[in-house]
Design a binder for this molecule. Structure first.
Ligand code: NAP
Length: 309
């Protein structure tokens, strides 16, 4: 129970920021937590459920006097927020972000960071398909990776302090080059989301399968696509627009593999299909062994705990 930052300013009060607020409160990690979100409704909710001690109608006001500023808005909103807060950042403060893409966020934010302020980009690899201030829960980051992509001139002491906060919230921290981060995420998160959106779109368009059948029999695999395809449209639009090159690269590879499997099915090449599925099964085992999921049925998922947990 050590206070790591005296005043944390959360800019954006959705799933990630609210989960951080719960985790910081549970661990006594922040002296006070202030916040800003675009709508008055979200700001009122943040006060009502105790995410923030104070909320501000402008991001500029919210960051005054904060020793940690967390940019937790959609990636496409980062540049305008960074420009707005720039003259108001306190000397010695650290600014971090939680955006799902790193090169585009660095390009959007770094030019606005004044001398004497550290910008340490980050990305918690944890989430759900829910959004908004009520969707957060304090255990979201437990045993999940939080990737940091420090810049060449990042101050080691500031990096260590941020790292200690993330670890105290339960996360495992690793550092990565921003370009490499974007490539890895295109494989493990961004392209799978696009495929899920597509599969749900295909089912929607299939006139011969009635909607009720799609819903009734969804447990056979489709349900897992629908969960992912329910993710926030604004966030995911921004991810694809800003991690364009890496996603297009992986999509090209995906299409090639798909055609090979399509040909194996057409040619009745069962050996190819069996070998392929045996390799993919081993990847699933690796994920379970790494503690990133459980082997329980239903993909080991349980409903997220109520906000505040
Ligand atoms: P979210 O639940 O949809 O919340 C977004 C928050 O940002 C809302 O409070 C929204 O305010 C606010 N906002 C949006 N545009 C704004 C603007 N122009 N100025 C001020 N506030 C603005 O989002 P989230 O899931 O927490 O995602 C936040 C960031 O985390 C994104 O960059 C995303 O890429 C990243 N991330 C998300 C996940 C995930 O699974 N969800 C995982 C890892 C990283 P209003 O409510 O008033 O509209």
């Amino acid at each position: 129970m050590t206070v790591i930052y005296q005043r944390v300013a959360l800019i954006g009060l959705g799933l990630i920021a609210s989960s951080m607020a719960h985790a910081m409160r549970a661990g006594g990690l922040a002296g006070e937590i202030v916040g800003h979100a675009k709508s008055a409704e979200t700001r009122a909710t943040a006060l009502e459920i105790g995410l923030c001690d104070r909320v501000y109608a402008s991001a500029a006001e919210a960051v005054e006097g904060a020793d940690l500023v967390v940019l937790a808005v959609p990636v496409g909103a980062m540049a305008a927020i960074a420009a707005e807060i720039s003259p108001h950042l306190a000397e010695g403060a650290t600014v971090t972000d939680v955006g799902s893409v790193k090169q585009a966020v660095i390009a959007a934010v770094q030019p606005h960071i004044p001398a004497g302020v550290q910008f340490i980009p980050g990305h918690p690899m944890a989430g759900t398909e829910f959004s908004g201030p009520r969707s957060g829960f304090g255990t979201l980051f437990v045993n999940r990776w939080w990737l940091l992509t420090p810049l060449p001139d990042t101050d080691p002491a500031a990096l260590e302090r941020l790292r200690s906060l993330l670890i105290a919230m339960g996360a495992k921290v690793n550092e990565m080059d921003p370009a490499h981060h974007d490539q890895v995420l295109a494989v493990v998160s961004h392209t799978p989301h696009l495929i899920a959106y597509t599969m749900v779109g295909v089912a929607d368009h299939l006139a011969q399968v009635s909607n009720s059948e799609v819903i009734e029999y969804s447990a056979s695999g489709f349900r897992d696509f629908t969960r992912i395809a329910a993710s926030d449209p604004t966030m995911w639009r921004d991810v694809f627009l800003t991690n364009k090159d890496a996603v297009l690269d992986i999509l090209g590879r995906f299409a090639e593999e798909l055609f090979v499997l399509q040909r194996a099915i057409r040619m009745g090449d069962g050996e190819h299909l069996f070998d392929y599925f045996t390799r993919t099964r081993a990847i699933r085992r690796g994920i379970i062994e790494a503690g990133q999921d459980t082997s329980a049925p239903d993909f080991g998922r349980v409903a997220p705990p109520k906000a505040g947990v």
